[in-house]
Design a protein around this ligand. Structure first.
Ligand SMILES: [Fe+2]
Length: 190
């Protein structure tokens, strides 16, 4: 399994190779998260059932495409920095710090509840990565901020389904995908 741990022999102008390696390592974790996210979004696209099936099924494909492009940009930034982007599924699973998505076939509202948790996690980690690169490399920081603009809009698309007219989220307080799915499903039944 490739590791991507080699120190680059060159990096972008004005960065030290140590800083290039540091930024590449931050980006590798984001690459793992984005690859995981676009695969998970496709899995949901295939497994949603029930009321509003077609709306949710079709809402997800543009998100899959956009997140795949983000993964490509992040991987190519790692290579530009002189690093070695790792894109194999085995390496992703071995190094990720989160669990696999927990739902299979489930209703649209349960998947949306779980996706609220998924986006919450990815965006939180992406924001931390953006902050960690702010001092090291403006270009990488800008790339991550660009990702965040889209990811946060997609998160809103998901949350808008879970929101009451007074602006409360049915998933508020949930900390796992299963809890969020259950809370969203319960509120949908009235
Ligand atoms: Fe499809």
């Amino acid at each position: 399994m490739p590791t991507g741990k080699k120190l680059p022999t060159y990096t972008v102008p004005t960065l030290t190779t140590e800083d290039g390696a540091k930024v590449a390592a931050i980006l590798q974790d984001r690459l793992n998260a984005l690859t995981d996210l676009h695969l998970t979004l496709k899995h949901v696209h295939w497994n949603v059932v029930g009321v509003h099936f077609i709306a949710v099924h079709e809402m997800l494909d543009p998100q899959v495409d956009a997140v795949r492009l983000m993964a490509d940009d992040v991987a190519e930034r790692i290579a530009t920095l002189g690093g070695e982007p790792i894109g194999t599924p085995g390496a992703l699973v071995a190094s990720r710090t989160w669990e696999d998505y927990s739902l299979g076939r489930a209703t649209t509202i349960e998947h949306l509840g779980a996706l609220d948790e998924v986006y919450q996690g990815v965006i939180t980690d992406h924001r931390q990565a953006a902050e960690a690169t702010a001092e090291l490399d403006d270009v990488t920081n800008d790339l991550l901020i660009g990702n965040l603009r889209e990811l946060e809009q997609f998160h809103w698309f998901v949350r808008a389904h879970l929101e009451s007219s007074s602006g409360e989220l049915s998933t508020a307080g949930a900390t796992t995908e299963v809890d969020a799915a259950r809370a969203a499903g319960k509120s949908d039944q009235g």
